[in-house]
Write a protein that binds this ligand. Structure first.
Ligand code: UDP
Length: 428
């Protein structure tokens, strides 16, 4: 039902330069209070997407603080992931509803996950995805935190009800933005946007010659303009809109290339293959569009190194999302000193100040206009890219996220909770 994802400890010392002296002290003090507590993080899948990206660094850093932190994910269940993708989409505003049978299946699986969690006897449970969010319907006596990464501001009411029932059972709720929280919880939540790890192979500085060699191996001509979007093939990421923008850009830069990188890894994303198919049809026989969609397209390079090289060489980076809880891809690209052209979604607006450290656009035509502006003006690219990097340095690096999480965990121990027990599901 659930499986542990083992990760190696990360030494915190190299991160000291990204943290103020005051925060550095706070991190070790807060960690001290949590020594000996069993902390369990649970999410949907071990591979792919922003939540995995965060846990890959956060859990090892907590272990580096000598905390007993562990990461569990769900065993792949095709039917559950089809239901939860529908749940995810409907929570983000798509007009789909779960049938009674689908809701029952979701709750039944959550009961089974709850049983597995109860056996682990955690002191603190942090649930990072909607897939296992209903486990707290069946567990009591565990101090639990719901970490909500998605934008819940325009949900389908039916799906929202399902979620609200579960959220009631959590002591603490963490949202990326206050705007995302359901009204009744607005005053109770903790706001903490995600952050990236500056020291991973994806985000560290990469030698330009090496980056160019990797891009050439992907069939990119680095002497011609390179436009890029790195994102799962997902309707919310609007790959089709990026292709439309590219077609406008090509009228001026006929040799420009567009790279769409969305290597399909996440097991909880049954839609990806279908969206990729529609992208293939839209690309047709345009040789200037390069698609990196399967692990073998990476020619033996690791995902992190490949993405780093693409961003290092890109002249323009898009993130044309329609809805975005946050969009770590934007943060990562900004950290690489790039002015990102992002869709008008709250998660992107949290990061980009239009016209300063990037651009916020609504239509493919606007995306093309801003891309042309950047392609014509290298100085502007540089200036905005520098400001983008500073924004991430100030607000969106992982030590800040670690500090937030330690604070929330400490908060849990202000209230008293009794023993762990399990309540069987009452299916609707
Ligand atoms: N990502 C990647 N390779 C890809 C596509 C995405 O490594 O081909 C990574 C990306 O760098 C980021 C994460 O997956 O770290 C996506 O997180 P984000 O918050 O942007 O979006 P999500 O996929 O969670 O909606």
């Amino acid at each position: 039902m659930i499986k542990e994802k083992t990760v190696g400890k990360k030494n915190l010392q190299p991160y000291k330069r990204f943290v103020t002296a005051k925060d550095w002290k706070k991190i070790s003090l807060l960690a001290k209070n949590l020594q000996g507590k069993k902390i369990i993080h649970i999410n949907a899948t071990p591979l792919g997407g922003g939540v995995v990206e965060i846990l890959k660094s956060l859990v090892p850093l907590e272990q580096g603080l000598n905390l007993n932190a562990k990461w569990y994910h769900l065993e792949p269940d095709k039917h559950l992931f089809q239901i939860t993708k529908k749940l995810h989409n409907s929570l983000q505003g798509q007009r789909v509803s779960l049938s009674k049978a689908e809701k029952d299946y979701y709750l039944k699986i959550n009961f089974k996950i709850a049983k597995a969690i109860a056996k682990l006897k955690p002191d603190i449970l942090i649930v990072h995805d909607p897939q296992p969010l209903a486990i707290m319907n069946y567990l009591s006596g565990i101090k639990a935190i719901a970490r909500i990464h998605i934008d819940l501001s325009t949900p389908n009411k039916d799906s929202q009800q399902l979620l609200l029932k579960s959220l009631n059972n959590y002591q603490e709720m963490v949202f990326t933005s206050k705007k995302y929280a359901p009204k009744k919880f607005k005053t109770k939540i903790f706001v903490s946007p995600p952050g990236i790890d500056p020291l991973t192979d994806k985000n560290r500085n990469l030698d330009i010659a090496r980056a160019k060699k990797i891009c050439s191996d992907f069939g990119i001509d680095i002497n011609k303009p390179v436009l890029l979007q790195v994102s799962r093939f997902d309707p919310w990421k609007d790959p089709g809109g990026v292709i439309d923008a590219f077609r406008v850009i090509k009228e001026t830069y006929s040799k420009a290339q567009l790279v769409l990188c969305g290597v399909i890894e996440a097991q909880d994303d049954p839609e990806a293959a279908q969206i990729f198919q529609s992208v293939l049809e839209k690309v047709g026989n345009d040789k200037n569009i390069i698609l990196l969609a399967s692990p073998k397209d990476l020619k033996g390079y690791s995902m992190d190194l490949a993405v780093n090289a693409l961003r290092t060489c890109a002249d323009v980076i898009f993130q044309k999302s329609i809805r975005e809880g946050f969009g770590l891809v934007v943060t990562e690209a900004m950290w690489k000193q790039k002015a990102v052209i992002g869709g008008n979604a709250e998660g992107i607006r949290l990061q980009i100040t239009n016209g300063k450290n990037g651009f916020i656009i609504k239509t493919p035509k606007e995306a093309a206009e801003k891309a042309l502006l950047l392609l014509h003006d290298k100085q502007l690219q540089k200036k905005m890219g520098k400001l983008a990097h500073q924004t991430v340095q100030k607000k969106f690096l992982i030590p800040r996220l670690l500090l937030d999480e330690l604070e929330i965990m400490n908060k849990l121990f202000i209230r008293q909770v009794t023993h762990t027990s399990l309540t069987p599901p009452v299916l609707s």
